[in-house]
Design a protein around this ligand. Sequence first.
Ligand SMILES: Cc1cc2nc3c(=O)[nH]c(=O)nc-3n(C[C@H](O)[C@H](O)[C@H](O)COP(=O)(O)O)c2cc1C
Length: 172
Amino acid sequence: MDFLDLVKSRYSCRAYTDQQIEDSLIQEILDVGGNAPVGNGAYDSLNFTVVKSEEALDRIREYSAKTGSDRSLGAKVIIFVSSNNLKNPISYENVACAVDHMALAASNLGLGNCYLYGFIRDMVQENAPQLDVLNLAEGYVPAAALAIGYPDLSRVKPPKVELISKVKINHV
Ligand SMILES: Cc1cc2nc3c(=O)[nH]c(=O)nc-3n(C[C@H](O)[C@H](O)[C@H](O)COP(=O)(O)O)c2cc1C
């Protein structure tokens, strides 16, 4: 897709169909995430975990829904992005760059997606047992994730058609 069309039409998708996502598409998304800019080129500080099995997704959903609604949004795949250096704030920026790259890659493939932060922060703060599902190497802690699935077009808000910025801008 043309870049401007992509960024104009992207949106946070919070309703997905049951359709499985092809592994080749997941790989394409991971490849893009792995090419995001990373401070000091510290790529090995990051880890992507693809959660796709129904058992693993169910455990994540069970945790995410304990406040009421399923904060994992019923996604068919969740890619967790972890870092082994979260004491350094730059790591959160690295994670955000990777997640946003993957989000745009997913949108470009026609896949709905949504940046996930809130319940992942809670999982880490509570040291939730569900973190075991991620099978992370020693020292890696999840900081955010990307929910992915085919959008349920009857339940998602219509994509934007133009860039509408509410961000303050000043020129000096
Ligand atoms: C750092 C960050 C954290 C976010 N965390 C969540 C989240 O935990 N759950 C969620 O549903 N959306 C989350 N979002 C999505 C935002 O709510 C969404 O991007 C914003 O409302 C603008 O809507 P749009 O993406 O549809 O344009 C997050 C986005 C960012 C950038």
